[in-house]
Ligand binder design. Sequence first.
Ligand code: UP5
Ligand code: MG
Length: 190
Amino acid sequence: KKEKPPFITFVLGGPGSGKGTQCAKIVENFGFTHLSAGDLLRNEISSNSENGAMILDTIREGKIVPSNVTVKLIQRAIESSDNDKFLIDGFPRTEENRRTYERIIGAEPNIVLFFDCPEDEMVKRVLSRNQGRVDDNKDTVRKRLEVFTSLNLPVINYYSQKGKLYKIRAVGTEDEIFEQVRPIFAAVES
Ligand code: UP5
Ligand code: MG
């Protein structure tokens, strides 16, 4: 059992806003452990777990997997790590996700990053990614954007009101964007 609660950063932003890309840079520079909720769910599909088929259907439609499923995967990943600082990427996606996390984990995130990117740029990035994701097609991207706007923006507003939100203008090169991210973690470290 851990003595001290871990430092938790939620990383939010629409599909293709660059969450995963920037998380990799934060890991490299600041030693966080990166937990992508989408990757945890995709691992459940490929490991043929009991929820795999349901998760695949949900992701293919751009909908949201039931909160208890996602939160348990995140909880397991945190508890099995020796690190004490985490990036939780792509979660919480709904107010219900957020409340379920708070109830099960018993804590709020320390800070929240929001990668704010224009829709046309997000669509362009997702459709040119070419990594075989079942949700990287025109129809599902449209659905993912709708779900982001209607369900995730309220979560972002919630953390903004709590004074925990860092909004990043997620356009330009990966390095240019990271220069907005770096000072946030440099301040947290000192
Ligand atoms: N790229 C990155 N930065 C760039 C830049 N500055 N300039 C030009 N190109 C840039 O980047 C996307 C692409 O753009 C890459 O090819 C990259 O090289 C390039 P990436 O860093 O991968 O963006 P990211 O924001 O991580 O995009 P991703 O598609 O992963 O976001 P989503 O939020 O859509 O996907 P996620 O994996 O989080 O979720 C997938 C699905 O899982 C959801 O739709 C949902 O169905 C389900 N889900 C849940 O149900 N619950 C959860 O809690 C989480 C997911
Ligand atoms: Mg991602």
